[in-house]
Every structure is written in C-alpha cells, then in structure tokens.
Design a protein around this ligand. Structure first.
Ligand code: 13P
Ligand code: 13P
Ligand code: MG
Ligand code: MG
Length: 365
C-alpha cells in the first residue's frame, strides 16, 4: 500500500515564555485533528518539543495535499485561539500568514512529508527540535548516511554500500527552491562543503541509490524569509525511514551523542549544543539549550503503533550531562565571539542599530 507521512510542527503559543504548550492548547489541536480528520486521514500522533506542537498524520493522499494541510492549519488555529484565551506567550507565533492558501509550506509551520510504498515492516523516526534551525540535522545526517567511520553499516550492508542521493537546498534563496543533488560516496567533499554551513544549506531529502526509495525528508523553512523579520526560530522537523536499504535506527540516532553546537539558543541569537531529550521536554536554561527529541514508530496500512521515545534510555542521560557541560562552557564567554551568531545572522536589530549610531564617531587616522 502506498502511504504518505505528513509531519507538521508549529509554535502556537506557550506557557511562561517559550517553554512548552498548555494542555488546553494541545487538546484543542487534537480535537480538530480527530473531528475534521475523519475520512481524510488514516491515523495521527500528537506531540510537542519545547514550545512547538508536532502533528504526525498518515494518509493516502500524497504530499502537498490541500485538504490534509488545511487540517493541520485549522488545528494550529484552534490551538492559537486557546493560547489567546490563556494569555500564552507568542500565540500563533509560527502562523505567519493570515489565511490558508492551499499549502502549509511557506506559511510558517515546519513541514516534512514523504510518500512511499509500505515495506512489509516499516520502521521510521520523527525528529523534532526546538531553539535551533533546519541545518541542525546536517551533521547527524552526513555521519549516518555517508561516513563509515560513524556508521560501519555503510560497508556492512551491500544496499547501504551503494550510497545515497542527497538533495540539498539553499535556504537563503527566496525566489524559489534552489536545490542541488549530490551522491555519496563520490561527492562527499562537495557535500561536506555545503553541509558545514547550517544556516544556508539544508538537507531536504535522502534517497537510497540501491532502489531509489526515500529515507529522509526534512523541513527547509526559514521564518525570516517568510516574515521578513525575526519571529522565532525555524525549529525543524524530520522524518527518517530506517533499516534494510537505509541505516539502522541506532545508526541514525548515534551521531546525536555529539551534541554539536548549533544556532538558535536564546533569542535565536546564540550558539549552543543540541541536547537529545525525552519527548515532551520543555526548555529552561537560557531558553534552551537547543533540544531534539525522537519518536520511533512502525506503521502498517497507515496505522501507527504507539510512539516509542528513542532518547529515553540510560545512555542518553549521560549524553544529556555532556550537553549540559557544553552549554555551560559556551555560556561562560557571554557575548564574545563564537558564543553568538555573526552579524548577518543575528535575529535582533539592536546590535546593528548601535553599530549604525557609532558610524559617525569613528575616525580614520
Ligand atoms: P537484528 O538482527 O536484531 O534484526 O538487528 C539488525 C540491525 O539492524 C541491528 O542494527
Ligand atoms: P522559539 O522560536 O522556540 O519560539 O524561541 C524563540 C526565542 O527567541 C527563545 O529565546
Ligand atoms: Mg516560541
Ligand atoms: Mg520553538
């Protein structure tokens, strides 16, 4: 059976700042999905990471389906209405356009979708991150799908050994979707050249070169390109099908133990380690640190199993300690150098206003 997974994530408002959504907000989202989704979708799972609500839907209507996207838009609107009545912070923060125009892409919410012929056993992962940017998945994806030092499965499995096709988007370009296709292992250095720049180049999808099947779909939304100004971080969502011709689940999870430094910490203007957390975690220290959670599912005929929390394991408690140490270490240097984003990526105008005001006071000796 051919099914579609649609994962859409948005910040519709949160308690006490940018911490997490309220129970009432989640209930309003769920109520809309279950009522309006009848006859349209097959199954759903509702979760949140930090202040972002993530809706996972299964259906047979293909990607970019107008009715399916409208359902999620209406659900986030219902959540926003509750957020307003409860005085939640940033009510409707990621719903940047006033009206739905046929597709949720480009309206604010983060979208990851894929359509595929269901395998007899179909495991997949949904990653949701908060206080970071879509490029946060670049390094873990490179290591899991292209680096045999991190994933010996690439040499153990003949199918994985055929390599993968990466589609990478230039998210700075706003006139359309500017993309490039690169294959591994042949184009590894070119791929690394692009993926080092998490703010500009983002992995959009990864396909198997063994059979062409899709493994990864990642959102590529840049809220700033939609709104023209900072309205919140582009907290990304990603779907990854695992096993058989794709890396094993554990091979996809493993690179997250690095807790690599990403941007998006506090006001979207600081750099912090990406901490793998349990599902439905909030943020705290310095509006962070940047967090990522991962839910594992299996699906048959579009019916989802219960979600299993992939980072809820003693090993990841140790990794979280490490991330906390890395967060502490970089916060020790305050505004200095690598602790903050460069001037062109800063999400607030205060610093550029100050620099402008100082312009006339400079002298050239
Ligand atoms: P099993 O032998 O338990 O199926 O595991 C295979 C595998 O993919 C382990 O990473
Ligand atoms: P969110 O994008 O998660 O709402 O965070 C905004 C922010 O600036 C927190 O400091
Ligand atoms: Mg927020
Ligand atoms: Mg958020």
């Amino acid at each position: 059976m051919k099914i579609t997974l649609t994962a859409i994530k948005a910040d519709a408002g949160s308690i006490g700042g940018h911490i997490c959504p309220s129970e009432q907000l989640l209930a309003a989202v769920e109520d809309t999905i279950s009522r309006q989704g009848r006859g349209l979708i097959i199954d759903y799972s509702l979760n949140y990471t930090g202040d972002d609500v993530a809706i996972l839907l299964t259906h047979d209507r293909g990607i970019d389906n107008e009715r399916v996207h409208r359902l999620t838009w209406d659900a986030f609107l219902a959540g926003t209405e509750v957020a307003k009545t409860q005085g939640l912070y940033g009510a409707g923060q990621d719903l940047l356009k006033d009206a739905f125009s046929g597709n949720t892409r480009g309206l604010g919410p983060a979208v990851a979708e894929m359509e595929f012929e269901e395998r007899p056993n179909e495991p997949f992962l949904m990653f949701t991150a908060d206080k970071t940017e879509p490029g946060a998945y670049n390094l873990p994806l490179f290591l899991a799908f292209a680096d045999p030092m991190h994933n010996a499965g690439l040499i153990l499995s003949p199918a994985a050994g055929k390599g993968y096709l990466f589609t990478v988007m230039d998210v700075d370009y706003s006139e359309g979707d500017r993309v490039i296709e690169l294959v591994t292992p042949e184009n590894m250095y070119d791929l690394a050249t692009l993926l080092r720049d998490n703010g500009r180049f983002v992995v959009e999808s990864i396909h198997s070169r063994h059979d062409g099947g899709i493994s990864v779909s990642c959102c590529t939304t840049r809220l700033r390109n939609i709104a023209g100004k900072y309205v919140g971080k582009d907290d990304p969502i990603m779907l990854v099908r695992t096993q058989k011709n794709f890396p094993a689940t554990g091979e996809v999870l493993a690179p997250f133990e690095i807790c690599h430094y990403v941007s998006g910490f506090m006001r979207g203007s600081h750099v912090g380690p990406l901490m793998p957390v349990k599902a439905r975690s909030s943020v705290s220290f310095f509006d962070g640190p940047p967090i990522v959670s991962c839910l594992a599912f299996s699906v048959r005929n579009g019916i989802l199993t219960e979600a299993v929390d992939a980072f809820d394991h003693p090993y990841w408690d140790w990794v979280r300690e490490k991330a906390a140490q890395k967060a502490h270490d970089i916060r020790e240097q305050g505004f200095s150098g690598a602790a903050m984003l460069g001037i062109h990526d800063l999400e607030y105008v205060g610093i550029s206003h100050r620099l402008d005001a100082l312009e006339d006071d400079f002298i050239v000796r």
